[in-house]
Design a protein around this ligand. Structure first.
Ligand code: BGC
Length: 452
């Protein structure tokens, strides 16, 4: 009783960021154009400066090291590296090299994502991922950067959250290109399977021992009324469509409808060396006759105040559910993102303890989770939510670029140093957490979703 929750030796603690959200100055991608149109971004914010990483990344990387981080996730902005078709920007390539070298020099391991939601304008202008033409262009980009950085980077992610990207851009229309066209959405999701598969093999050609996966967004869908058959059916259907379909295609190579007509893509078969997943939200769903355009689904979500409709309930135990669920595939796992939106920090420290206790419980039960990346190191440009939605362990004053470590940041640093959650840490945040996390019942029971 009251023993610390120790993580396995060698467990990797990190934080995650993405190029457009932190760098500033990305004027050549599709998001930049989108941000220029009034009404697209809350408060009409834009990523013009963001966290100014193009000039200050090293300072934040050093801060991450001071917070005992062992790894840093970043992404490469394609529109900087290849501003015009076939034209490589040597300065941008050198800048990313310095950034990655500084991660390594701080004793951290880089995890590099190849596509995190932004496309060069010259690619988006030709239909982006709707167009198979993009596949060859992306392959060329991946070949270039894997060649450039393969000596520094062993851990890679191909595509970030393919189904979130597809749903928000082509179904809900709240991200570029702002469409409501499900058939195009299916084409985009299919092309992202192919993009992932080819990137997987290209990275391996440059670095045979590379560890490559995609960053899959796992949302927990639970029936609003567990006894209601309709609610159970819509929860299971949405789980299948948004969590399962794309992943399955990159495991057995089969493009099931609506991604395709059961064609088998050889390159896509078993195209993960580990499984990267990220978890934020749980959505209670109800069957609703009146909502045919939402696939007969009513989201019964207690929204986080001030958050966009897409965001669900924060149930930290979802990490347990997903780590257990992914165990069925017999591969190592990495939590590539997890975090909490709070404009002013209140709940994040307790959330962090609960989420990590849930992850610990899954590991105790045999889940082979090797690393956890918190989203995010610093507050940053939260897409359509702009700067109002803060996810950072470190507060950023966007007027002065001043950084202040939040309580959650110090707590996470302690956890990483100890490689454990201790009762003292929990008591310090909230004495009630000690019983909840260390009591005889063990950490958190599972009630968040999936079809486990
Ligand atoms: C994305 C990040 C985003 C975070 C918080 C993930 O969906 O990969 O870019 O900032 O969630 O919403």
């Amino acid at each position: 009783m009251n023993d610390s929750l120790r993580f396995p030796d060698g467990f990797v603690w990190g934080t995650a960021t993405a190029a457009h959200q932190v760098e500033g100055g990305n004027f050549r991608n599709d998001w930049w154009l989108w941000e220029q149109m009034p009404g697209h971004i809350r408060n009409n914010d834009s990523a013009a400066v963001a966290c100014d990483w193009w000039h200050r990344a090293e300072e934040d990387i050093a801060l991450a090291a001071r917070l005992n981080m062992g790894a840093q996730r970043v992404s490469l902005e394609w529109s900087r590296i290849e501003p015009r078709p076939g034209e490589w920007d040597e300065e941008a390539l050198a800048r990313y090299r310095r950034m990655l070298e500084s991660i390594c020099a701080q004793g951290m391991q880089p995890l590099v994502c190849l596509f995190h939601f932004t496309l060069p304008q010259w690619v988006a202008g030709r239909g982006g991922w709707e167009n198979t033409w993009t596949l060859d262009r992306f392959a060329r980009f991946v070949d270039k950067v894997a060649g450039e950085y393969g000596d520094l980077v062993r851990w890679w992610l191909t595509i970030n959250e393919p189904m979130v990207y597809t749903a928000l851009g082509w179904v809900m229309g709240v991200w570029p290109p702002g469409k409501h066209r499900v058939f195009d959405a299916a084409r985009v999701a299919r092309n992202l399977v192919l993009a992932h598969a080819q990137a997987y093999h290209i990275v391996h050609r440059h670095r045979p021992d590379a560890m490559v996966s995609a960053a899959m967004h796992m949302a927990s869908y639970v029936p609003h009324t567990p006894g209601a058959r309709g609610d159970r059916i819509v929860a299971a259907a949405r789980h299948w469509a948004t969590n399962h379909l794309w992943l399955q295609a990159t495991l057995d190579g089969v493009l099931r409808p609506p991604l395709g007509r059961f064609q088998r893509i050889g390159e896509a078969v078993d195209s993960h060396d580990y499984l990267g997943f990220q978890y934020y939200f749980t959505y209670p769903l109800a069957f609703a006759w009146r909502r045919p355009t939402n696939f007969f689904i009513q989201e019964m979500v207690d929204l986080v105040p001030g958050a966009a409709a897409m965001m669900g309930e924060n149930r930290p135990e979802g990490l347990y559910t997903w780590a257990r669920w992914f165990s069925r595939y017999g591969k190592p796992m990495v939590v590539t993102e997890n975090g909490l939106l709070e404009t002013v920090e209140r709940q994040r420290p307790a959330y962090l303890l609960r989420a990590l206790a849930a992850l610990h419980r899954a590991i105790q039960e045999g889940a082979d989770v090797r690393a956890y990346y918190h989203w995010s190191l610093v507050d940053n440009f939260e897409w359509a939510e702009g700067y109002a939605a803060r996810f950072g362990l470190v507060h950023v004053d966007f007027a002065t670029q001043q950084r202040t470590v939040k309580r959650s940041g110090w707590l996470y640093a302690e956890i990483a140093r100890a490689n454990a959650i201790t009762p003292e840490m929990a008591a310090d945040i909230d004495p009630a957490l000690v019983g909840e996390l260390f009591g005889s019942q063990g950490a958190l029971s599972s009630s968040a979703g999936g079809d486990s």
